[in-house]
Design a protein around this ligand. Structure first.
Ligand code: UN1
Length: 513
């Protein structure tokens, strides 16, 4: 295994002694039982990370609150300069971190690098934004009065992230929260704890070099019970959570019960509509990457292809042919297209989905299966599968985090395809492949896609950081990353200033004493 330079990468990221469960950075407060992280790539132990107890959490929160007092008074562009330095450090460590992401999560090295690139990109974005946290000015109805609004930091922002993007989603939240003047407490997925410690180490270096408290960036580890410490904590005004809809519903309720804010980025059930005017070659690339990239474990992965009946067989044949070319194996080997699933529980869910689609009357077009033998010792490698199905099947309505693609047929005009596309509980990403302007515009119109992301002649996955990222319905409604997503990390204050010697009341009310 070592020929892929894993040990060197771990050393570069300060993760060498992690076998003793050494926690580093501000994570040194953690004293709970160890989480062992096994690679889905080869089934080997990567390291052990200490979990956070309630007592540890209290210390983290005290540290974070103290750091907030210092951080919030730094001018936003000064905070931007720190984020710029963090982005520089990420550039230096891109290969090592990309490799760890690939090894601990199982996505291809290319995608691991891509994920670190998203971190770098959001840092650059945040640096520019640090001079643009604009509020509006309004005209007061009263003479000699000035009215405007300003944005202030919120405080401690809690971040709960998923295994599938073990570093980028944290960075989307953190880079914005930092320039907004917030401090962060991050609970990464217990399936990818090493990635969390690696990021904490990189951030800690930057804060130390600038004589800033490391409590601006905090790491806690463990399962959902550790996440719950934040969701129930009134000291955490915003909890940003990425993961399953099941998890999101619990987080939303716990945070709402104390009238906190939550930013939710949950499950998707993303479809590509393929119309008679689609470019078939582009469709195949977009659909296959969308369905098998990251072994189908992106929240933006393509789950459903909605194909017009006039070109159904042609598209089906082309996709099946492309699947025949797929090489499944060690994701650190650049010759492979598809790596492993995260763990054997995910493999069981994949198997169950394939059984269920058959039981519901689906027709398997590309056979799935779990791979065994040399190179597949971890038991996490599966064959990407395709089934012809019906949108009403329970399994098609459900997000299975695995490379299972459902082919659905539509006839007539594009509105029929949109009914199918929108006919699921989730609303994250969507796409249409067409060269027909009318179809494309109908898809983007008020009566079109109901998702947070709607692409034309692009697949469903691989969104750029510059746009707001998130979706509707069971996807949770939150928006992270680009555009004006930063506003969620700040509190808005309306200020009215009277520079006269009179006190006229609004709405013309008379109140003479
Ligand atoms: C996720 O799967 O949680 O759009 C995030 C994409 C990536 C991010 C996915 N930029 O596929």
């Amino acid at each position: 295994m070592d020929n892929f330079g894993i040990q060197e990468a771990l050393a570069e990221l300060g993760l060498k002694d992690i076998n003793e469960g050494t926690s580093t950075g501000s994570h040194h407060f953690s004293n709970g039982p160890l989480i062992e992280s096994y690679s889905p790539v080869d089934g080997k132990l990567i390291g052990k990370v200490k979990t956070t107890t309630q007592e540890d959490y209290e210390k983290v929160m005290e540290t974070a609150k103290a750091a907030f007092k210092e951080w919030r008074v730094k001018p936003a562009p000064v905070r931007g300069e720190i984020v710029r330095q963090f982005g520089e450090k990420l550039r230096e460590k891109k290969e090592a971190l990309g490799k760890l992401v690939s090894y601990e999560m199982g996505k291809s090295y290319q995608e691991g690098l891509g994920e670190v690139q998203e971190m770098i990109d959001i840092c650059d974005f945040a640096v520019g934004l640090s001079r643009q946290l604009h509020g509006l000015t309004m005209h007061s109805e009263r003479p000699g009065h000035r009215m405007y609004e300003q944005y202030h930091p919120l405080g401690v922002v809690g971040i709960i992230s998923a295994f599938n993007f073990p570093v980028a989603v944290w960075a989307w939240n953190t880079a914005l929260a930092w320039i907004c003047g917030d401090v962060c407490v991050w609970k990464p997925s217990e399936k990818t704890p090493m990635c969390g410690v690696a990021c904490q180490n990189i951030a800690a270096e930057v804060f130390a070099e600038n004589n800033l408290p490391e409590g601006i960036c905090n790491l806690i580890n463990g399962d959902y019970t550790v996440g719950e410490m934040m969701t129930k904590d009134t000291r955490v005004p915003l909890v940003s959570a990425t993961g399953s809809t099941r998890m999101g519903k619990i987080v939303a309720q716990e945070v709402a019960a104390r009238l906190g804010n939550s930013l939710l980025e949950l499950g998707g059930n993303n479809a590509i509509i393929v119309t008679p005017d689609a470019d078939i070659k582009m469709t195949v690339i977009g659909a296959v990457f969308g369905a098998v990239g990251t072994a189908g474990q992106r929240c933006t992965s393509t789950r459903r292809l909605i194909i017009h009946d006039s070109i159904y067989d042609q598209v089906k044949d082309a996709i099946v042919k492309a699947y025949e070319q797929l090489r499944i194996g060690n994701p650190l080997d650049e010759n492979n297209h598809v790596g492993p699933l995260i763990d054997t529980d995910a493999v069981a869910m994949y198997n169950a989905a394939l059984e269920k689609v058959v039981a519901e009357g689906g027709n398997i077009v590309v056979e799935g299966g779990v791979l065994s033998g040399e190179g597949y010792e971890s038991g996490c490698y599966v064959k990407p599968a395709i089934a012809e199905a019906n949108n009403s099947f329970e399994i098609v309505q459900h997000e299975t985090f695995a490379p299972v693609l459902y082919l659905l047929k539509y006839s007539g005009d594009v509105m029929n395809a949109l009914d199918i596309q929108n006919g699921v509980a989730q609303g994250l990403s969507s796409a249409i492949m067409t060269n027909n302007l009318r179809e494309a515009e109908a898809f983007l119109s008020v009566a079109g896609s109901d998702c947070g992301i709607a692409n034309v002649n692009i697949g469903t996955s691989g969104a750029e950081i510059g746009g707001a990222f998130g979706g509707e319905k069971e996807t949770g409604g939150g928006r992270e990353s680009g555009s004006d997503a930063w506003k969620v990390y700040m509190r808005r204050q309306t200020n009215t200033i009277n520079y006269t010697t009179d006190l006229p009341l609004a709405q013309g009310i008379k109140f003479d004493l």
